[in-house]
Design a protein around this ligand. Structure first.
Ligand code: NAD
Ligand code: ZN
Length: 230
Protein backbone atom coordinates (compact mmCIF):
# COMPACT_ATOMS: atom_id res chain seq x y z
CA UNK A 1 0.00 0.00 0.00
CA UNK A 2 1.31 3.42 -0.91
CA UNK A 3 0.52 6.53 1.13
CA UNK A 4 1.16 10.00 -0.28
CA UNK A 5 1.18 12.84 2.24
CA UNK A 6 0.95 16.45 1.02
CA UNK A 7 2.01 19.00 3.62
CA UNK A 8 1.64 22.78 3.69
CA UNK A 9 2.57 25.69 5.92
CA UNK A 10 -0.07 24.65 8.51
CA UNK A 11 2.03 21.70 9.69
CA UNK A 12 4.93 24.00 10.58
CA UNK A 13 2.84 26.69 12.25
CA UNK A 14 3.02 24.98 15.64
CA UNK A 15 6.82 25.01 15.28
CA UNK A 16 6.69 28.80 15.14
CA UNK A 17 6.82 29.40 11.36
CA UNK A 18 4.05 31.74 10.17
CA UNK A 19 1.80 30.46 7.39
CA UNK A 20 1.10 32.55 4.31
CA UNK A 21 -2.60 33.17 4.51
CA UNK A 22 -4.31 32.63 7.80
CA UNK A 23 -4.64 35.57 10.25
CA UNK A 24 -1.37 37.48 10.76
CA UNK A 25 0.24 35.40 7.99
CA UNK A 26 3.35 36.36 6.08
CA UNK A 27 1.50 38.14 3.25
CA UNK A 28 -0.18 40.52 5.66
CA UNK A 29 3.25 42.12 6.12
CA UNK A 30 4.85 41.67 2.68
CA UNK A 31 3.93 42.29 -0.94
CA UNK A 32 4.39 39.04 -2.91
CA UNK A 33 5.20 40.91 -6.12
CA UNK A 34 8.09 42.74 -4.46
CA UNK A 35 9.75 39.84 -2.67
CA UNK A 36 8.79 36.48 -4.18
CA UNK A 37 8.60 36.59 -7.98
CA UNK A 38 11.30 36.22 -10.62
CA UNK A 39 10.61 39.78 -11.82
CA UNK A 40 11.23 41.04 -8.27
CA UNK A 41 14.55 39.20 -8.31
CA UNK A 42 15.50 41.00 -11.55
CA UNK A 43 14.26 44.42 -10.31
CA UNK A 44 15.63 44.30 -6.80
CA UNK A 45 17.64 41.17 -5.98
CA UNK A 46 18.81 42.61 -2.66
CA UNK A 47 15.25 42.97 -1.41
CA UNK A 48 14.33 39.39 -2.44
CA UNK A 49 17.52 37.94 -0.91
CA UNK A 50 16.94 39.89 2.29
CA UNK A 51 13.32 38.60 2.51
CA UNK A 52 14.50 34.99 2.18
CA UNK A 53 17.42 35.56 4.57
CA UNK A 54 14.86 36.68 7.18
CA UNK A 55 12.81 33.52 6.52
CA UNK A 56 15.96 31.41 6.86
CA UNK A 57 16.97 33.09 10.12
CA UNK A 58 13.51 32.44 11.49
CA UNK A 59 13.47 28.78 10.38
CA UNK A 60 16.97 28.00 11.61
CA UNK A 61 15.91 27.93 15.24
CA UNK A 62 12.68 25.95 14.69
CA UNK A 63 12.15 22.33 15.61
CA UNK A 64 9.71 19.74 14.32
CA UNK A 65 6.43 19.38 16.24
CA UNK A 66 4.30 16.34 17.06
CA UNK A 67 2.78 16.36 13.56
CA UNK A 68 6.19 16.03 11.84
CA UNK A 69 7.15 13.26 14.29
CA UNK A 70 3.83 11.51 13.64
CA UNK A 71 4.56 11.46 9.91
CA UNK A 72 7.85 9.75 10.73
CA UNK A 73 5.76 7.17 12.63
CA UNK A 74 3.67 6.59 9.48
CA UNK A 75 6.92 5.71 7.73
CA UNK A 76 7.70 3.17 10.46
CA UNK A 77 4.22 1.61 10.38
CA UNK A 78 3.82 1.48 6.57
CA UNK A 79 6.45 0.50 3.98
CA UNK A 80 5.68 2.95 1.24
CA UNK A 81 5.15 6.54 2.38
CA UNK A 82 5.98 9.57 0.23
CA UNK A 83 5.93 13.09 1.62
CA UNK A 84 5.35 15.89 -0.84
CA UNK A 85 5.88 19.18 0.93
CA UNK A 86 5.11 22.69 -0.21
CA UNK A 87 7.22 23.93 2.67
CA UNK A 88 10.70 25.29 2.21
CA UNK A 89 11.70 24.55 5.82
CA UNK A 90 13.59 21.40 6.83
CA UNK A 91 11.33 20.18 9.64
CA UNK A 92 10.47 16.84 7.94
CA UNK A 93 14.19 16.16 7.57
CA UNK A 94 14.80 17.17 11.21
CA UNK A 95 12.10 14.65 12.19
CA UNK A 96 14.14 12.05 10.21
CA UNK A 97 11.56 11.49 7.49
CA UNK A 98 13.11 9.80 4.46
CA UNK A 99 11.12 10.23 1.27
CA UNK A 100 10.62 13.99 1.29
CA UNK A 101 10.02 15.81 -2.01
CA UNK A 102 10.32 19.60 -1.79
CA UNK A 103 8.08 20.77 -4.62
CA UNK A 104 8.66 24.46 -3.76
CA UNK A 105 12.35 24.05 -2.99
CA UNK A 106 14.34 24.16 0.20
CA UNK A 107 15.61 27.34 1.81
CA UNK A 108 18.54 25.41 3.32
CA UNK A 109 19.93 25.04 -0.20
CA UNK A 110 21.49 27.58 -2.57
CA UNK A 111 21.32 27.51 -6.35
CA UNK A 112 24.24 28.77 -8.43
CA UNK A 113 23.10 31.58 -10.73
CA UNK A 114 25.82 30.69 -13.25
CA UNK A 115 25.42 26.92 -13.71
CA UNK A 116 22.30 25.97 -11.75
CA UNK A 117 24.10 23.64 -9.35
CA UNK A 118 22.29 23.21 -6.00
CA UNK A 119 24.26 22.84 -2.79
CA UNK A 120 23.63 23.09 0.95
CA UNK A 121 23.93 26.53 2.51
CA UNK A 122 26.52 24.95 4.81
CA UNK A 123 28.80 23.96 1.88
CA UNK A 124 31.56 26.15 0.43
CA UNK A 125 30.82 29.83 -0.17
CA UNK A 126 31.45 29.30 -3.89
CA UNK A 127 29.79 26.88 -6.33
CA UNK A 128 31.67 23.59 -6.16
CA UNK A 129 31.23 23.15 -9.95
CA UNK A 130 31.89 26.53 -11.57
CA UNK A 131 33.33 28.48 -8.59
CA UNK A 132 30.84 31.34 -9.02
CA UNK A 133 29.88 33.10 -5.80
CA UNK A 134 26.47 34.23 -7.11
CA UNK A 135 23.69 32.23 -5.53
CA UNK A 136 20.00 32.48 -4.88
CA UNK A 137 17.96 30.44 -2.41
CA UNK A 138 16.75 27.18 -3.97
CA UNK A 139 13.11 28.12 -3.57
CA UNK A 140 10.37 28.25 -6.18
CA UNK A 141 9.21 31.83 -6.68
CA UNK A 142 5.52 32.51 -7.36
CA UNK A 143 5.81 32.58 -11.14
CA UNK A 144 8.20 29.62 -11.42
CA UNK A 145 7.53 25.93 -12.10
CA UNK A 146 7.44 23.64 -9.06
CA UNK A 147 10.22 21.08 -8.79
CA UNK A 148 9.95 17.27 -9.30
CA UNK A 149 6.50 17.37 -10.95
CA UNK A 150 7.06 14.24 -13.04
CA UNK A 151 8.09 12.21 -10.00
CA UNK A 152 5.16 13.62 -8.00
CA UNK A 153 2.64 12.65 -10.69
CA UNK A 154 4.06 9.13 -10.72
CA UNK A 155 3.59 8.80 -6.94
CA UNK A 156 0.06 10.21 -7.15
CA UNK A 157 -0.85 7.70 -9.86
CA UNK A 158 0.38 4.84 -7.65
CA UNK A 159 -1.08 5.87 -4.30
CA UNK A 160 -3.86 4.17 -2.34
CA UNK A 161 -4.26 6.77 0.39
CA UNK A 162 -3.76 10.54 0.08
CA UNK A 163 -3.45 12.77 3.15
CA UNK A 164 -3.56 16.55 2.80
CA UNK A 165 -2.13 18.25 5.88
CA UNK A 166 -2.25 21.97 6.73
CA UNK A 167 -2.59 23.39 3.24
CA UNK A 168 -5.10 26.04 2.13
CA UNK A 169 -5.49 24.52 -1.38
CA UNK A 170 -4.80 27.95 -2.82
CA UNK A 171 -1.52 27.25 -4.62
CA UNK A 172 -1.50 25.25 -7.87
CA UNK A 173 -0.65 22.63 -8.99
CA UNK A 174 -0.64 21.18 -5.44
CA UNK A 175 -4.26 22.28 -5.06
CA UNK A 176 -5.17 19.91 -7.91
CA UNK A 177 -3.71 16.77 -6.35
CA UNK A 178 -6.77 15.81 -4.26
CA UNK A 179 -9.15 15.98 -7.22
CA UNK A 180 -6.66 14.12 -9.39
CA UNK A 181 -6.25 11.15 -7.02
CA UNK A 182 -9.95 11.11 -6.08
CA UNK A 183 -10.82 10.56 -9.74
CA UNK A 184 -8.62 7.43 -9.59
CA UNK A 185 -10.61 6.06 -6.63
CA UNK A 186 -7.95 6.83 -4.03
CA UNK A 187 -9.05 7.33 -0.38
CA UNK A 188 -8.47 10.94 0.63
CA UNK A 189 -8.32 12.70 4.01
CA UNK A 190 -7.89 16.40 4.82
CA UNK A 191 -6.47 17.74 8.08
CA UNK A 192 -7.00 21.45 8.63
CA UNK A 193 -8.40 24.02 11.05
CA UNK A 194 -11.10 24.81 8.50
CA UNK A 195 -12.65 23.33 5.37
CA UNK A 196 -10.76 24.13 2.15
CA UNK A 197 -12.05 24.58 -1.42
CA UNK A 198 -11.10 20.95 -2.09
CA UNK A 199 -13.50 19.64 0.55
CA UNK A 200 -15.72 17.82 -2.03
CA UNK A 201 -12.71 15.67 -3.00
CA UNK A 202 -12.02 14.34 0.50
CA UNK A 203 -13.60 11.20 1.95
CA UNK A 204 -12.93 12.57 5.39
CA UNK A 205 -12.27 16.04 6.81
CA UNK A 206 -10.56 16.05 10.20
CA UNK A 207 -10.81 19.46 11.81
CA UNK A 208 -8.33 20.73 14.39
CA UNK A 209 -4.67 21.31 15.09
CA UNK A 210 -2.74 18.72 13.17
CA UNK A 211 -0.46 18.02 16.16
CA UNK A 212 -3.60 16.74 17.91
CA UNK A 213 -5.56 15.14 15.07
CA UNK A 214 -2.79 13.29 13.25
CA UNK A 215 -1.62 11.03 16.13
CA UNK A 216 -5.24 9.91 16.74
CA UNK A 217 -5.74 9.23 13.04
CA UNK A 218 -2.57 7.15 12.85
CA UNK A 219 -3.58 5.12 15.92
CA UNK A 220 -6.97 4.32 14.36
CA UNK A 221 -5.83 3.72 10.78
CA UNK A 222 -6.19 0.06 9.87
CA UNK A 223 -5.25 -1.77 6.70
CA UNK A 224 -6.52 -5.34 6.27
CA UNK A 225 -6.01 -7.35 3.07
CA UNK A 226 -5.12 -4.14 1.27
CA UNK A 227 -8.40 -2.53 2.39
CA UNK A 228 -8.10 0.82 4.17
CA UNK A 229 -10.32 1.54 7.18
CA UNK A 230 -10.23 5.25 8.02
P1 NAD B 1 -1.18 28.53 3.54
O1 NAD B 1 -0.59 29.53 4.47
O2 NAD B 1 -1.87 29.03 2.34
O3 NAD B 1 -2.25 27.68 4.37
C1 NAD B 1 -1.99 27.11 5.61
C2 NAD B 1 -3.17 26.24 5.97
O4 NAD B 1 -2.87 25.54 7.16
C3 NAD B 1 -4.49 26.99 6.21
O5 NAD B 1 -5.51 26.36 5.47
C4 NAD B 1 -4.71 26.86 7.72
O6 NAD B 1 -6.09 26.76 8.04
C5 NAD B 1 -3.99 25.56 8.02
N1 NAD B 1 -3.44 25.47 9.39
C6 NAD B 1 -2.77 26.42 10.10
N2 NAD B 1 -2.38 25.95 11.29
C7 NAD B 1 -2.80 24.65 11.33
C8 NAD B 1 -2.70 23.63 12.32
N3 NAD B 1 -2.07 23.83 13.47
N4 NAD B 1 -3.24 22.41 12.04
C9 NAD B 1 -3.89 22.19 10.86
N5 NAD B 1 -4.01 23.12 9.90
C10 NAD B 1 -3.48 24.35 10.13
O7 NAD B 1 -0.05 27.50 3.17
P2 NAD B 1 0.13 26.46 1.96
O8 NAD B 1 -1.18 25.85 1.60
O9 NAD B 1 1.27 25.61 2.31
O10 NAD B 1 0.52 27.31 0.66
C11 NAD B 1 1.25 28.43 0.58
C12 NAD B 1 2.72 28.41 0.22
O11 NAD B 1 3.33 28.81 1.42
C13 NAD B 1 3.44 27.17 -0.12
O12 NAD B 1 3.86 27.31 -1.42
C14 NAD B 1 4.71 27.16 0.77
O13 NAD B 1 5.86 27.10 -0.04
C15 NAD B 1 4.71 28.48 1.43
N6 NAD B 1 5.10 28.60 2.85
C16 NAD B 1 5.96 27.73 3.44
C17 NAD B 1 6.28 27.85 4.78
C18 NAD B 1 7.22 26.86 5.38
O14 NAD B 1 8.14 26.41 4.71
N7 NAD B 1 7.01 26.45 6.63
C19 NAD B 1 5.71 28.88 5.54
C20 NAD B 1 4.84 29.79 4.91
C21 NAD B 1 4.54 29.62 3.56
ZN1 ZN C 1 27.95 26.98 -10.54
Amino acid sequence: MKIVILTGAGISKESGIPTFRDGNGLWDNHNVDEVATSQAFINNPKKVLSFFQDRLNQMQSCEPNIAHHTIKKFEKKFDNVIIITQNIDNLHEQAKSKNVIHMHGNIFENKCLNCGHVQSINDEKHCIFCHSVDFRPNVVLFDEMPHHLEEILMHLSECDLFLSIGTSDAVYPAANFAQHVKSNGVKTVCFNLEKTPNNPYFDKFIQGKVSETLPIFLRNLEVKNDKIFL
